[in-house]
Design a protein. Structure first.
Length: 285
């Protein structure tokens, strides 16, 4: 039986988020300590634990079929590889930063300066696009220390919370791109494994829809029912059930979490009462 081979980062936050996603979509991984490869017990899937920077080449060569990888790494080393799903976690920025005492405050101030980075392709393309010439020093790891030891005037690296920049006396002056975890696939993916990928995608989409939505139950006076229903988008339309108390109905619907508080405020203004909100584990469409 064909098995789908997926690569994930072997350690760190992206590894943890990736393994959580696989668990959320019902895939149970037999993962012993320090394993480089593991099999799923309940799905034809093998997990390869790899260095993030090596994953694009493994995809390109067909050693793995799909991968959960940082979009920033894919842009730097695998922009020829197709993204099949954006996953919404492990979000970060790729930014240029300089010492806090530096007079540089914008991209144009970096003309002719030295920039230390692990993302030379990304930086070169960005500088070229903006007509800036700078000298790049390619460093793998601990990029933030480069200005402090006199190796560079600034750095370009991933930024999550900004705490690493703060600890190293750096300030952000330019954001090159924003990034999140994505699901990418190999150009050599077989037809059999393409079918398995579609099953994986269906499950992932159901989980992501659930994470981005809230289930809402409320009591509505019948004379305001039409106005309240007009506020609720739902998946198709809200569910409306009569209450034991005459003149009232129970309304059930789904709200986008990004619109949640605005919708709740409108519902209360229209007379909705007893509003209950529940998380959604998965939403299958």
């Amino acid at each position: 039986m064909s098995k789908l081979r997926i690569a994930v980062q072997k350690s760190g936050r992206l590894n943890e988020d990736s393994m959580k996603l696989l668990k959320d979509i019902g895939i149970s991984i037999e993962n012993g300590k320090d394993q480089l490869k593991a099999s799923a017990r309940n799905f034809p899937l093998e997990v390869f634990y790899l260095r993030n920077g090596d994953i694009p080449q493994y995809l390109r060569d067909g050693v793995v079929d799909i991968a959960i990888i940082g979009e920033n790494v894919l842009i730097e080393k695998g922009n020829d590889l197709p993204i099949v799903e954006r996953l919404g976690f492990s979000k970060c920025k790729v930014s240029i930063a300089v010492p806090k005492e530096s007079n540089a405050s914008s991209l144009k101030d970096l003309e002719g300066k030295r920039i230390a980075t692990s993302y030379p392709n990304t930086v070169n393309q960005f500088l070229e696009k903006n007509g800036i010439e700078a000298n790049l020093h390619i460093i793998n790891g601990s990029v933030e220390i480069a200005p402090n030891i006199g190796l560079a005037d600034g750095i370009c690296d991933i930024v999550s919370s900004g705490s690493t920049l703060f600890k190293n006396g750096l300030k952000e002056v330019e954001v090159l791109l924003t990034s999140e975890a994505v699901l990418a696939k190999s150009p050599k993916l077989s037809d059999d494994n393409e079918a398995l990928l579609q099953k994986i995608q269906f499950r992932i989409q159901s989980v992501l829809r659930g994470q981005n939505s809230k289930y809402v139950l409320l009591n509505a006076p019948n004379d305001k029912l039409e106005e309240i229903i007009s506020i609720l988008p739902g998946m198709k339309s809200p569910t409306v059930l009569p209450l034991a108390e005459e003149g009232w109905s129970s309304v059930h619907s789904v709200i986008d979490k990004n619109l949640f508080w605005d919708v709740i405020d409108e519902l209360k203004a229209k007379g909705a009462q007893g509003i209950l909100v529940c998380p959604i584990e998965k939403m299958v469409m």
